[in-house]
Write a protein that binds this ligand. Sequence first.
Ligand code: SF4
Length: 174
Amino acid sequence: MRIAFPLADIDQISRQRADGFKSACLAKAVQNNGKILELEEEDFTTISRQYPLVIVKPAPRIIRQHNARLRRRFAFPPGLQSTTPPLPSICTMAGNLAAATGRTIISAITPGQKTFRTESEQSSILKICNTSGPAGAPCPYLRQADQRCSKCGCYTQWKSKLATEHCPDRPPKW
Ligand code: SF4
């Protein structure tokens, strides 16, 4: 079967194909009246395989414009704060993790000390994190997207399970 392409379309397609695509099409054209190119479908399929799609890397100026558009589109309106508070620094979080691990190990090897909270204790704590803000809203330190406490950087799901750990707010909420 024969297929017909406007030459403008071939120009556009060739920009996304390996070099030589357009010349190969012109060479195989059954008919070329300067505006429409007629090709046998089989030939076009072969040429498409020979000159596959390439990833066109946009010019740096285009990338900069695109990034600027994204920044404008997703920028927080002035006066409105992000609902995701930032985490503490990596060093602070590493220190918190090391201290929590130490306390948990000590509790595990000390007779009579509790290491883990029960499920109901844990769910009461998670409820506090999720409702202790103004008017029953989540605690302002809770990052709702990943359920991490921005005061200590811990995942509330894990921290609430460990009996030696407590809310880092002053005064602690649990
Ligand atoms: S400050 Fe306390 S209540 Fe608030 S998210 Fe952190 S652990 Fe939960």
